[in-house]
Each structure stands twice: as C-alpha cells, then as structure tokens.
Design a protein around this ligand. Structure first.
Ligand SMILES: C[S@@+](CC[C@H](N)C(=O)[O-])C[C@H]1O[C@@H](n2cnc3c(N)ncnc32)[C@H](O)[C@@H]1O
Length: 282
C-alpha cells in the first residue's frame, strides 16, 4: 500500500517551504494548554451507542483497536464481522478520511509456529480527517546517544537542529508486547502496551484535546490520556472496564498526575458534557 513517504512531491514541497522560511500546517503550535483538570468519561457501552452520542468534529483522535474475529475471547466471535465493522466504520467516517501513514508495530515476543512464519507484527492505520491534520513529531522523536549523534551530523543532508531533538521514529515501531507477567497488565487478554498508545496520543493529539476509544478494553487509553493531559471518552461493552481502569490508576498513583488533576465521569448522561469541543486544525 502506498505510504506518504513514497510521494516525492510532498518532500519537494516541504523543502521549498522550509527554504522560503514557511512552516507547514502540521508544524504550527497547537492551542496553548491551560492548567484545567482533564475529564475522562468511562462507560460500559456498545461501540455504536457510544459513537452515536459523539457530535461530528468534536474529538481530536480516535484510537480503534477492534475485536479481531479470531475467537480470542467471548467478545471476539462475530458471525457477520464485515457487516458489523461497516456500521462503526461509517460512523467513524464522519470524522476521518485520509490515510496518512501505515505503521508496523513489531515485537520480539509472541506465539511460536511450525507450519508458517511466526507473527511478530500488527499494522496500525492512521487516518486523518483533513490534509491539515495535527502531527507533533517533536513529541515522539527518538533521542540519539552522543556517538550516533556525531555520526548522523556528518551527513550534510540531515538537519542538525532536528538531529539534536532526536530522529523520526519511522513507521516501524519496535515495542515489546506485554508478557503474561508484565507489571503493566491489569487482566485484559489483549491489552496493548502503554508505550504504544502513548506514542500515538503524543504525536496525533495535542494537550487538552479529546481522545475517543470505543473498544477501550483495559482502559489503557484513559490512563495515557490522564498521564499526557488529554481529555478522553473510553467505552467498552465489557463491564470489567471500570475495574481494569482502577488497576491502571493504582499503578500511576504516587507518581505522575495527582488524583486532583483529573476527573472520572462514570455511568452518567455525558452527551452534553463540556469536553465536546471543536477539533484543532492547523
Ligand atoms: C482488541 S480489544 C481492545 C484492547 C484495548 N485496546 C487495550 O489495549 O486494552 C477489543 C475490545 O472490544 C470490545 N468489544 C467487542 N465488541 C464490542 C462492541 N460491540 N462494542 C464495544 N466494545 C466491544 C471487547 O470487549 C474488547 O475489550
């Protein structure tokens, strides 16, 4: 599948813009964050019920980690998966349209195989609503150690100021999956690593914007939203979501955000909540 890095016209345009002293829309600063408390809706609800309550254009980022339909758990068996996925995808379409990047999440650990190559990756498709999508590369650059920095700086094609900030993590992300005995685990069978969700949230949403995850599973998105000062709306059909989330919050108590820095809004009518605000476009 074509990726944005294959489009040379884009690179040429960016270089021209930089030389003329211009700034690309995705590099402009997002609205300045305030010191307000962040709000986090946590609901036990079907994905379509959640989506239908969300006004168009009111969230900055949708994180979507749907059931795989490979019978991993009771929730992972859909007789008409494609029809069902079409329903929530058409709701999401209200806010998304453009493939910005296809990301490969690769990990060293996984199930072994004898009759095929053992799987060690999953794809993450990043869709944007508009070509003026928000992207904060600086928030997720990978720092270079001193010897590597020196080597990279010898390459005159590379921008030395950008190198000091760190390098682009590329669209291949090497982040281990959570082992069964990982301290991060809260009991959900397909819980994603915090590091993975954090990279998505930091790069694709700005502080105090609203992140939506209607297949919230363990509640890791809420946890990361709290840690990175975003608002969030997270729901899952599984009634265990609030319990899993409390375990996440126990892990962050005592370090990072204080309980007074955020509010959890559970089991109430949240459709007109203040957290619905216009999304930021550069
Ligand atoms: C792959 S898991 C998400 C895991 C989550 N990203 C995490 O890291 O913890 C998919 C989730 O979708 C939920 N689910 C399945 N059918 C659903 C539906 N119709 N509406 C809402 N949630 C549903 C399941 O309960 C499961 O928690």
């Amino acid at each position: 599948m074509a990726n944005r890095s294959h489009r040379n016209t884009g690179h040429i345009g960016m270089n021209r813009l930089r030389k003329s002293g211009g700034v690309h829309s995705s590099a402009r600063a997002a609205p300045a964050p305030s010191s307000e408390v962040t709000s986090h809706i946590v609901a036990v609800a079907d994905c379509l019920e959640t989506l239908r309550r969300i006004p168009s254009g009111s969230v900055q980022l949708v994180i979507c980690d749907p059931p795989y339909n490979i019978n991993l758990a009771a929730w992972d068996d859909h007789a008409h998966y494609v029809d069902w996925a079409g329903k929530w995808l058409s709701e999401v379409e209200r806010v998304l349209m453009l493939l910005a990047n296809l990301i490969i999440w690769t990990y060293p650990n996984g199930i072994s195989a004898q009759r095929f190559f053992a799987n060690r990756h999953e794809e993450i498709a990043w869709f944007a609503r508009t070509p003026k999508y928000y992207f904060d590369l600086d928030a997720v650059r990978e720092k270079l150690d001193a010897p590597r920095l020196e080597i990279y700086k010898r390459d005159k094609r590379l921008n030395p100021e950008s190198l000091d900030k760190g390098i682009n993590p590329t669209n291949v992300w090497r982040i281990p999956r959570l082992n069964g005995n990982s301290k991060e685990r809260v009991g959900h069978p397909t819980q994603k690593p915090r590091e993975l969700i954090e990279r998505i949230i930091r790069s694709l949403s700005y502080p105090e914007s609203t992140v939506l995850d209607f297949f919230a599973g363990s509640g890791v998105t809420t946890r990361v939203a709290i840690e990175t000062r975003r608002h969030s709306i997270c729901s899952d059909v599984d009634e265990a979501l609030p319990t899993f989330l409390r375990r996440h919050l126990d892990q962050i108590s005592g370090r990072g955000p204080l309980a007074s820095d955020y509010v959890l809004i559970e089991h109430q009518d949240w459709s007109s909540h203040q957290l619905f605000r216009a999304v930021y476009e550069a």
